[in-house]
Ligand binder design. Structure first.
Ligand code: DAH
Length: 349
């Protein structure tokens, strides 16, 4: 009998070595300790033995049961540990250096905005801001943009519902609210608030009803510039823009003003630039920004006498500048939050 019990223990121990899951462990346990298990069968046979042999055998069976339970328990712990480790993957060595020491960085558009602001600061410009929500009057009328101008169409601009109200954004009349389509409206907000001479740049987010593709985004960034003083000339405008573009693209950059049209400047120009160091676009004229002399109608509207005051304005696309600086050919990269793209602009920061 003792031998039989010993055989059960040894058999269970050796079969347990091949068990690797809880269900297999449960069924093996049932074959030994379950109601029909081998040990249970022996225990049931005790009744047929002579009275005097029963206590010794009973003790032996109990001891064997305890031993078996111990073996099964420790085997279950091992099985579960192994399964947990498998689920957790490779063992971690906490003494290794971290896989990446990237601690976050600034967005390339933020970098460009800061660069642009710091260049204009050197020559006396300060930063002006206004809200991204605007009104139709400030965005268009005050900038001499007539009612039938395409920019005012609901196809091009994101207007708010008529019932919308925006308490922190002052309106001229009862005009509609909209998401500003350019930062030029900051010109007007500033001119109402401050007396000339004025020298501001106004970086910020703008919105248009554009279909997104490699060069269009419904949400983008501009920096407006405005200079109002006495006897300001196109030469002043050209001088400041040359300085700005040289600071940004290097001394080899050439610039030219090409006649154009904007409702709020007269005359108006596109600024073209030619530089030897802008990748595929090197050494050819490319359009970079709009500018012009502030239209007398805009000055009159903010109650400045155009015979006394004059000025220039310009609008810079921050995405456009950043794409040129880094040879980026798709505007959508800026908004996808892909770290493989973003990390390229934060070396050493
Ligand atoms: N607001 C114009 C735009 O979004 C850019 C611009 C052009 C601004 C000429 C100016 C300017 O101040 O003088 O396309």
């Amino acid at each position: 009998m003792e031998k039989d019990l010993q055989a059960i223990v040894e058999g269970a121990a050796s079969r347990l070595k091949t068990v690797s899951s809880r269900p297999d462990w449960e069924s093996l346990k049932a074959t030994v300790l379950g109601p029909k298990g081998s040990l249970t069968q022996i225990a049931k046979g005790i009744g047929q033995l002579p009275q005097e042999d029963r206590p010794v055998l009973g003790q032996l069976i109990n001891k064997t049961k305890g031993e078996l339970e111990g073996i099964f328990k420790s085997s279950l712990i091992q099985i579960e540990e192994k399964q947990n480790l498998e689920a957790l993957g490779e063992k971690i060595d906490p003494t290794l250096p971290p896989p990446s020491n990237f601690t976050g960085g600034t967005h390339p558009l933020t970098n460009s905005r800061r660069k642009i602001v710091s260049i204009f600061r050197k020559i006396g410009f300060t930063v002006a801001e206004a809200t991204e929500g605007e009104t139709e009057w400030f965005c268009f009328d005050a900038l001499n943009t007539p009612d039938d101008h395409p920019a005012r169409d609901a196809q091009d601009t994101l207007f708010l519902n008529e019932e919308a109200s925006w308490n922190n954004i002052t309106r001229k009349n009862e005009e509609a609210y909209l998401l500003r389509t350019h930062t030029s409206s900051v010109q007007i907000r500033t001119l109402f608030r401050e007396k000339p001479p004025i020298r501001i740049i106004a970086p910020g987010r703008c919105f248009r009803r554009d279909t997104v593709d490699a060069t269009h985004s419904a949400n983008f960034h501009q920096t407006e510039g405005l200079f109002i003083d006495k006897q300001v000339t196109i030469k002043d405008l050209k001088g400041v823009l040359d300085f700005f573009l040289k600071e940004l693209f290097g001394n080899k950059v050439e610039t030219r003003l090409r006649p154009s049209f904007f409702p709020f400047t007269e005359p108006s120009f596109e600024v073209d630039l030619r530089a030897p160091n802008i990748g595929k676009l090197s050494d050819r004229w490319i359009e970079i920004m709009g500018c012009g002399m502030v239209d007398p109608k805009v000055l009159e509207l903010v109650e400045l006498d155009p015979l006394e005051w004059s000025g220039y304005a310009f609008g810079i696309g921050i995405e456009r500048i950043t794409m040129l600086l880094h040879g980026i050919d798709d505007i959508r990269h800026f908004y996808n939050n892909d770290l493989r793209f973003l990390n390229q602009f934060n070396h050493g920061s």
